[in-house]
Each structure stands twice: as structure tokens, then as C-alpha cells.
Design a protein around this ligand. Structure first.
Ligand SMILES: Nc1nc2c(ncn2[C@@H]2O[C@H](COP(=O)(O)OP(=O)(O)OP(=O)(O)O)[C@@H](O)[C@H]2O)c(=O)[nH]1
Ligand SMILES: [Mg+2]
Length: 292
């Protein structure tokens, strides 16, 4: 018998969805920062064995959209809700209020198994965890509740085994050696965006999109040329920084990670361009892969 299916991770921003995806897959597929709305796309991480294939999917954190990009991000979450064979609803320890009531109702009415993961228990204590387990069991009666630490890999292995048990009988959806649904350039864009989230304040990182123009690989080296797009002229100056120092830092940090990710020497060129109000422009959003 062969089992396969989609295991979709949803939840509020910053609860650790991407950290969990990476822990489950054992690769740094999804970028992670301490800022909300780090993830903008739906990203598959595929784990295959002799008689199973699990397709985990990371999604953007659930928010009330304020502009078109965020609307598209929430469409990814809706899709993830629709096509799940198993739904993972992730919360973090101490989280009580459900930010989107509407969405929460849907979780309780889901026709597929629901696993509620209480994450970040490494920074809590036994009594608090016990209380949280009871709280979430009452809130999601149909859910199986697990306390985990995605960061420290605590309880991730038992969770994976439970997922294998719950997985429906099905042939594999993807070739067994495939790790993700996204192309190489996507990981370049995301790595650069992660460094931008880490290095700039307030609204700047949220106004940035990265597009990789050139990805040219030889035996020894990958030559990459990427454009950092901002919404306004003033943001361009901020990204570049005094004498280009800020941009240089982004480049060094991104290159370091990309060399690890691709296991090869990387030559990285970064440019900054203004792409006026791209976050509200459907055509631009389509170009950047935010629509289906
Ligand atoms: N202490 C602790 N921190 C964690 C754990 N899991 C994730 N974090 C941290 O929480 C922050 C958010 O993690 P992400 O994985 O980016 O969260 P996310 O849910 O994907 O966030 P969005 O993509 O913005 O919705 C990062 O600073 C992580 O290091 C955990 O188990 N314990
Ligand atoms: Mg994320």
C-alpha cells in the first residue's frame, strides 16, 4: 500500500509555520524571520519514502488584507484549506485570541483530520503547556493537540509518524526525488528578501520584491543577477544606504546562505529599481507569482 497527500500548515503570522516546514523536510526551503508576514507564497516541501510521499505546504500567516498583495497571500491560505488531506493549525504558546473568527469556524468544520500544534513550548513550562493543551482541545474539539518546539525539533518526529498514519492511500503526486515545487530562482529571491527583512525597519521590507534576472550555472560557480524592487524612490535610497553599505551587507549575507543552499560558489550582483505601487498592481503581482 502506498500513501500520499497534502499536509497544509496554516495559522497566525509568526507562530513558526516555516520553521516547522523546514524541520519536517530537513532543508531550509522557507525563509524565517522574527517579523510577521515573512512568508508570502505557498511553498511545498516534499518528503518521500518507499511507500509514502507527504507534501507539506507552508502558507502566509492569516491576516486581514489591506492591499492586493495581502489579498493574494490570503488566497494561498484559502487554497491550502481547500486541498488539504490533513490540516495543521499552528498556534504559539500563550496565544489565546483567534484573530480571524471566520477562518477559525472553518477549521472546526473541516472534513479532514486537524492537528493543532502548540509551538514554541521551549520557552514555556509544564503547567502552562498543560493548560494550553486543555484550552485548545476545548476550542478545537475535533483536533488532535500536540505541544511542540519546531525550533528545537521537540515532538516533531512523533508528529511526522502520526501524519503517516493519517495519510490517505494514494500514489505519489511528484517524482520521489523532488523536494519542492519551486524553481531555483525562487530560493534566490527569497534568500535576498529574508536579508532585507533582517536589515531594514518598518514598512521598507514589506515594499520589496525580488526578481532574479540571471541564474547561470557552470561546474564551479553560479552567477546570479537579481533586482530588488521597491515601491518608491525614497525607499531605493534606504535600501542602498550610505555609500552602498546597506546593500553590500545584504549581498554578503545572501551570498553566504546561497552558497550553503546550492553547495557551490556564488557570484551575486544586486540592483535596486523602483516599481511604482507594485503591491497593488494585479499585473505585477501575476508576474511575481502571486496569482494562480
Ligand atoms: N522559541 C521558539 N521560537 C520559534 C520556534 N519556532 C519558530 N520560532 C521563531 O519564531 C519566529 C517566526 O518563525 P517563522 O517560522 O518565520 O514563523 P511563520 O509562522 O512562518 O511566520 P510568517 O511567515 O510571518 O507567517 C522566528 O524568529 C523563529 O525563530 C520555536 O519552536 N521556539
Ligand atoms: Mg513563514
Amino acid at each position: 500500500m502506498h500513501k500520499s497527500g497534502f499536509v497544509n500548515i496554516i495559522g497566525n503570522p509568526n507562530v513558526g509555520k516555516s520553521t516547522l516546514l523546514n524541520a519536517l523536510v530537513g532543508e531550509r526551503l522557507s525563509i524565517i524571520t522574527s517579523k510577521a508576514q515573512t512568508t508570502r507564497h505557498r511553498i511545498f516541501g516534499i518528503v518521500s519514502g518507499e511507500d509514502f510521499q507527504v507534501i507539506f505546504s507552508d502558507t502566509p500567516g492569516i491576516i486581514k488584507p489591506a492591499y492586493q498583495l495581502q489579498t493574494s497571500m490570503m488566497d494561498f491560505v484559502k487554497d491550502a484549506f481547500e486541498d488539504a488531506d490533513i490540516l495543521i493549525y499552528m498556534v504559539e504558546i500563550g496565544e489565546k485570541d483567534l484573530k480571524d473568527e471566520e477562518f477559525f469556524k472553518k477549521i472546526n468544520q473541516a472534513k479532514v483530520p486537524v492537528l493543532v500544534l502548540i509551538n514554541k513550548i521551549d520557552r514555556s513550562d509544564e503547567a502552562t503547556v498543560k493548560e494550553a493543551l486543555a484550552y485548545w482541545q476545548e476550542k478545537v474539539p475535533k483536533g488532535e493537540i500536540y505541544a511542540i518546539s519546531a525550533l528545537e525539533n521537540f515532538n516533531v518526529e512523533p508528529l511526522f509518524h502520526r501524519i503517516l498514519e493519517l495519510l490517505p492511500e494514494s500514489p505519489a503526486f511528484y517524482p520521489k526525488d523532488q523536494l519542492t515545487d519551486k524553481p531555483e530562482r525562487f530560493f534566490v529571491n527569497e534568500t535576498i528578501r529574508e536579508k532585507i527583512l533582517l536589515n531594514y525597519k518598518k514598512e521598507v521590507p514589506y515594499s520589496v520584491e525580488v526578481e532574479t534576472e540571471t541564474f547561470s550555472e557552470t561546474e564551479e560557480i553560479i552567477r546570479i543577477r537579481s533586482i530588488i524592487m521597491v515601491e518608491r524612490e525614497s525607499q531605493k535610497g534606504i535600501i542602498i544606504g550610505h555609500r552602498g553599505e546597506a546593500l553590500k551587507k545584504v549581498g554578503i549575507q545572501a551570498r553566504y546562505d546561497l552558497e550553503k543552499f546550492f553547495g557551490k560558489q556564488i557570484h551575486l550582483e544586486l540592483y535596486v529599481k523602483v516599481n511604482k505601487n507594485w503591491r497593488s498592481d494585479l499585473k505585477q503581482l501575476r508576474r511575481f507569482g502571486y496569482t494562480n
